[in-house]
Design a protein around this ligand. Structure first.
Ligand code: CU
Length: 234
């Protein structure tokens, strides 16, 4: 038994060494600190190894911990980078000089979209978008839950989703946090959907904008981007 435990730790260390970027807060299915955490939450949709295939939607993980959210609330999204230390995970690290940074497989940034799903990952309603320097673990990425959305309280059906189309690699990421959403009576679902990119079968080219930074922090969200996201312009 002890041997198996050691082996599992070893396997997860190896996996995290090749890791990319993942949602840290709100905690996604299969995310850091959850029971299902296996070091693969960082991987893109279509990633495959001996024990795991990352699938659409939500990486293929079963439901995880539930985060409570309210209509109108601003969610300060955080990201997990491969080489973050426990203290950086615990409290949001501040931007620092590039020589002191932990490295991040940001793949030149790209397009991050944030959405809600009311049907367990069948359909997605866009609620936020950062289209150049995202993701980056050195910054908060504020996303506002629209003020007029309906409640979502059905077990395992309500999701806050981060999807990312990378800039310099043909990789598409999809992480889902289970939520319990307190909305308004007679509320409306957001109209727009999200980009779902299936690179492999269609040999799609990468078209997402980026900042070109490979393993270093970018500039983070601009004031304009934050302002746009806070006011429903995405
Ligand atoms: Cu990657």
């Amino acid at each position: 038994m002890k041997f198996i435990a050691t082996l599992l730790v070893l396997v997860s260390l190896i996996a995290s060494a090749t890791a990319h970027m993942a949602l840290l807060y709100p905690t996604p299915r299969g995310g850091y600190g959850t029971k299902q955490y296996n070091g693969r939450i960082h991987t893109w949709i279509g990633y495959k190894d001996k024990t795991w295939t990352q699938r659409f939607p939500c990486g293929g993980y079963a439901p995880g911990p539930v985060t409570n959210m309210k209509a109108g609330q601003v969610i300060n999204v955080r990201f997990l980078a491969s080489s973050m230390k426990a203290k950086d995970i615990k409290t949001q690290p501040k931007p620092t000089s590039s020589s002191k940074q932990f490295s991040q497989a940001r793949h030149g940034g790209g397009t991050c979209e944030f959405s809600l799903s009311y049907d367990g990952g069948k359909t997605f309603r866009l609620i936020g978008r950062y289209a150049k320097t995202c993701p980056d673990a050195y910054y908060h990425w504020p996303v506002r839950i629209p003020k007029n959305v309906p409640s979502c309280t059905t077990k395992n059906k309500c999701l806050f989703v981060w999807s990312w189309t990378a800039n310099i690699l043909a990789q598409y990421y999809h992480n889902c946090a289970d939520i319990r959403l307190t909305g308004v009576k007679g509320g409306k679902l957001p109209k727009k959907g999200i980009q779902v990119v299936d690179f492999k079968p269609y040999k799609m080219k990468v078209t997402a904008n980026g900042d070109g930074n490979k393993h270093k922090s970018g500039g983070g969200p601009t004031k304009k981007e934050i302002n746009d996201n806070m006011n429903g312009r995405y």
